[in-house]
Ligand binder design. Structure first.
Ligand code: SAH
Length: 255
């Protein structure tokens, strides 16, 4: 094998949230395999590269994944610099390990460049600290989605245990998320923030409670969405709720 594969995080959407290291590698790339959420301007940095779309939104099929693994290995045999560009951070909910394992097994040189993940981009969007002092000391990144054949995924247990949670790939499952969590003891009044298209001009933010989550999800568009759950979102809810800010600050102090 002559080439090296760079597994790169493209960030949440805005092209200028790419790291300088990622931009430098893209400019020198010979081939770029990219996901569907990658911004065209990010891709354009790879001016002289062959660009191959391998993205799939939501529909995850293991045969397709195996095919991507194989194409990456093949490309490393042909090119000097091969980039595998994934949305957000490549090591969160991106099926990166399958690609890493396949490349290692084939003896391909690999380097990973982290990116800004959707959770922190969404928090920045709404100006809320995920670990607000006094309210949150742990954060869970979860997804209720699991592919066929995967072991059971008790995402709800993590949400119940964490002060703050960020749910990825959950917009289409809003009703079952809300029902399951309330059924297992999470207060229906837990503040939630739904953030769609974080970092992009089409961004949309909806605040409400866990009980209202299904209604919020219906209001959202078809862009990528994360749901922030937990007391830290209350200040956002405060700005959008009929209850006065003073009243909620009082509640927060008691909490
Ligand atoms: N590796 C990515 C996550 C890939 S899974 C990361 O670190 O962000 C795809 C999910 O990420 C989407 O279903 C959505 O939940 C979330 N997501 C990606 N981009 C987003 C954005 N700009 N705004 C809100 N959510 C986003």
């Amino acid at each position: 094998m002559t080439g090296r594969v760079y597994l790169i995080g493209a960030g949440p959407g805005a092209p200028d949230l790419l790291t300088l290291r990622a931009a430098d590698i893209l400019r020198r790339a010979d081939a770029v395999f990219y996901d569907s959420l990658v911004h065209p301007r990010t891709l354009a940095l790879a001016a002289s590269a062959e660009k191959i779309a391998v993205g799939k939104r939501c529909g995850r099929r293991s045969t397709a994944q195996k095919f991507i693994n194989k194409r990456l290995v093949d490309a490393a045999g042909k090119h000097g610099i091969v980039v595998r560009l994934k949305g957000g951070d490549p090591l969160l909910f991106g099926r990166a390990q399958e690609e890493i394992d396949a490349l290692r097994q084939a003896g391909v040189d690999l380097e990973i460049v982290p990116g800004v993940t959707a959770a922190t981009a969404a928090a920045a969007e709404i100006g809320i600290s995920l670990t607000r002092r006094g309210l949150a000391r742990h954060v869970a990144f979860v997804t209720p989605r699991s592919a066929q054949g995967e072991r059971d995924n008790d995402w709800a247990a993590s949400v119940l245990a964490a002060d703050t949670s960020v749910v990825y790939m959950g917009a289409g499952l809003a009703r079952s998320i809300s029902t399951e969590l309330i059924h297992r003891g999470k207060p229906a009044s837990t503040p939630v923030a739904l953030v769609e298209n974080a970092s992009l001009p089409e961004r949309r933010v909806l605040f409400g409670t866990l009980a209202e989550l299904p209604a919020l999800a219906l209001k959202a568009g078809d862009g990528p969405v994360v749901v922030l759950l937990g007391e830290v979102s209350r200040s956002g809810l405060m700005r959008h709720s009929p209850v006065s800010a003073d009243e909620i600050e009082g509640l927060l102090k008691q909490a």
